[in-house]
Design a protein around this ligand. Sequence first.
Ligand SMILES: CC(C)(COP(=O)(O)OP(=O)(O)OC[C@H]1O[C@@H](n2cnc3c(N)ncnc32)[C@H](O)[C@@H]1OP(=O)(O)O)[C@@H](O)C(=O)NCCC(=O)NCCS
Length: 167
Amino acid sequence: MTFRKRKKQHPLPPVEETAGTFTIVDGEDYLDEIFENDMRISRSFSHFQLSEEEYKENYGRVIRELSATGEHKFFVAIDRYGRYLGHVWICLKIDTVDFVPSAYILDIETLFPRIGIGGALLNRAEEWAHEMGAKKVSLRVDLKNPARTWYAKKGYSERAVIMEKLL
Ligand SMILES: CC(C)(COP(=O)(O)OP(=O)(O)OC[C@H]1O[C@@H](n2cnc3c(N)ncnc32)[C@H](O)[C@@H]1OP(=O)(O)O)[C@@H](O)C(=O)NCCC(=O)NCCS
């Protein structure tokens, strides 16, 4: 009798062990992970106490409305097994300030900070925007977000402030 050797299935190493060796690829196949992570992270910045259900519904509506117009692009950082590590969402936007072709970063997030993923995503997004003819890239960041310092290191300067009043 002959026994066929069974190929042993090795479980994948934990993603935190593989995150250091990442690549940046087009993100359109990762939209589920992108929005799942973004919804969780964005919620931590909200000043309003919405229920889970209400937040999800509003989040979904905003994403649908945002995606409906303009040219959008996603990039993800993945490990060598193709697992999601972080993303950037950028779009071409009508610029009401300088009236030049312009790009806007809607989102940039990593599950594993300070190992270069955010920087690599930002570079790729800026490269795309440049290829698309954008003359500048802008974004909105919360005043209390430590990412402000990070953006400054990456060459971004603060130009305007968003004013808000509770109703
Ligand atoms: C902001 C964010 C994308 C940065 O990504 P990251 O992968 O941590 O950044 P990198 O590892 O590429 O950072 C590279 C450099 O920035 C520094 N850095 C990283 N986070 C920083 C921070 N919060 N403040 C200051 N410097 C920071 C690193 O020390 C490193 O510096 P060095 O090159 O001089 O050693 C990430 O922290 C994140 O996902 N934050 C939560 C989501 C968020 O707030 N996004 C911005 C919304 S507008």
